[in-house]
Design a protein around this ligand. Structure first.
Ligand code: SAH
Ligand code: SF4
Ligand code: F3S
Length: 472
């Protein structure tokens, strides 16, 4: 397709900015400093969206509340990926009845992927009367206008438009990740994996223009961000809708931006990953040698039922090529256990694939039927207890491999980015290796947000332990 990026018209964006200013002036004239609390569920895409919500709230004059009780506005940015994620949201929204009883003027807003589904929004409308504002993923950029309506007219507002394929550039952003920053390079997903809700709630793939992405990265590097993650549900199909750019090219150009920083990306889909991507990664010192390549199942029969578009053999050949291009590559992945009709033998193929690839870490999920998806209508004869047994044996296997892989770091010196304070009282700081492994470190707080040389002295299943080297 030879498309052109469709932007939300500048006049519309300006209207939102005008309403932001109007609210801020109103609060100022009333001598108020209202507070807002944004609670985020789900993936990095939602984290990135919440940083835009915080940016808009800040322009409207809101300060950040430390919890829901003291907030004048609570925004819950929801996730619909698994039933458990939805239940947590319903539970927490239900509990807010009490906070609203104490603070009757409090405004409760729900947004994100769950709210993009009409049935869920309807349930909120009927059964959660204390919720004032519900808006879907495609209405995010109109948050100022929607909040303005709730405040001005004290009416409940529900706004769940379908995607019109457009992108909002230039939204304000209040980043909260220290030296880390997210950069969305595309939105939506075209893949319709048979179990997944994302294409229904995030719309079709829309890529941002290459110059916009590069300019944002340049700005972040200039302001001192050190760990930049490019985001998309399937970054390997970046630019396909525009008919020109491709992801390897983006990665290569981003890696040429001057400055001392690491560049990461999430998520790669195996169906669109290519040797060219691995060569680009290998050739760019700023690109982290970490590949998150979800395989979902080790059985080609299950992969086909999942509509993933690749076989076990193709996946394994990609891993082989990636390892050949980058011998020190850190590999992580997502896998679903208990897909409808998955047999014991097919599950064994998953175990077998994990043994062969030897991931550094694995995100394991139990299949959760999502209403409206094809997989939710498949017969699912395997009992829950059996699925849980399989799940536990996969986790045991991976833990063993993770522990072994981490143990191999002991005695080495590695470059890390110091990114936080350690909660483990034996250590002071946390850091990440180039491959994204967590390191608990002894060292001075002044090193926060900087690169350092670390001497690795110990390891566990989940992390590494060490000390910042003198002069590092
Ligand atoms: N776009 C990414 C995945 C985003 S969702 C990709 O395709 O790689 C993150 C992970 O959640 C998926 O990789 C999958 O392992 C898991 N997941 C998605 N839908 C699920 C469902 N219905 N039940 C269980 N796990 C699911
Ligand atoms: Fe969901 Fe598949 Fe799209 Fe990932 S690629 S978001 S799993 S539909
Ligand atoms: Fe959840 Fe939406 Fe992300 S469903 S995983 S928050 S794209």
């Amino acid at each position: 397709m030879n498309g052109k990026q469709v932007l939300i018209p500048e006049s519309e964006m300006q209207r939102q900015r005008d309403l932001e200013s109007e609210l801020r002036l109103r609060f100022e004239s009333e001598g108020k400093r209202p507070l807002a609390f944004v609670d985020t569920y789900g993936c990095q895409q939602n984290e990135a969206d919440s940083e835009h919500l915080r940016g808009m709230l800040s322009r409207m004059g809101y300060g950040e509340a430390s919890g829901p009780e003291e907030a004048d506005v609570i925004v819950i940015n929801t996730c619909a990926i698994r039933e458990h994620a939805e239940q947590r949201v319903f539970g927490n929204v239900g509990a807010l009845v009490h906070s609203k009883r104490v603070k009757p003027d409090q405004i409760i807003a729900l947004c994100g992927c769950m709210m993009q589904r009409g049935e869920t929004a309807e349930r909120i409308r009927r059964s959660f009367r204390h919720v004032d504002l519900v808006f879907g993923t495609h209405a995010l950029w109109r948050f100022p206008e929607l909040l303005y309506r709730v405040i001005g007219q004290r009416e409940r507002v529900f706004e769940i438009p379908e995607s019109d394929g457009s992108i909002a550039e230039g939204l304000p952003v209040l980043r909260s990740g220290g030296s880390k920053a997210w950069v969305s390079i595309m939105y939506g997903c075209n893949n319709f994996c048979s179990y997944c809700v994302v294409p229904y709630v995030r719309g079709r793939e829309r890529s941002r223009e290459l110059p916009c992405v590069l300019e944002e990265i340049r700005g972040l590097v200039d302001s001192g961000y050190k760990d930049i993650t490019l985001l998309g549900q399937n970054v390997n199909s970046y630019g396909r809708d525009l008919g020109r750019e491709d992801f390897s090219e983006l990665l290569r150009l981003a890696g040429e931006i001057p400055g001392d920083f690491w560049l990461r990306f999430m998520t790669s889909h195996p169906k669109d990953a290519s040797p060219r991507l691995f060569e680009t990664m290998a050739g760019s010192p700023r690109v982290e040698k970490h590949l998150h390549l979800p395989f979902q199942s080790g059985s080609s029969r299950v992969l086909s039922a999942m509509n993933r578009g690749y076989t076990r053999e193709h996946y394994l050949s990609l891993i082989e090529e990636a390892k050949r291009a980058m011998p020190d590559l850190v590999l992580t992945s997502d896998v679903i256990v208990g897909f409808p009709g998955e047999t014991e033998a097919e599950f064994e193929e998953t175990l077998d694939l994990v043994r062969e690839v030897r991931y550094d870490a694995l995100f394991t999920f139990l299949f959760s039927p999502r209403p409206g998806t094809p997989a939710s209508r498949l017969p699912d004869p395997v009992p829950k207890e059996e699925k849980q047994r399989r799940f536990a044996s996969l986790v045991d296997l991976q833990n063993e491999i993770s522990a072994e892989k981490h143990a191999a770091y002991v005695g080495k010196r590695v470059r890390v980015l110091v990114d936080g304070l350690s909660r483990d009282e034996r250590f002071d700081l946390t850091a990440r290796t180039n491959g994204g492994r967590l390191v608990h470190l002894r060292g001075d707080e002044s090193r926060l947000g900087t690169f350092a040389e670390a001497e690795i002295t110990g390891s566990s299943t989940w992390s590494l332990f060490g000390t910042i080297s003198e002069g590092g």
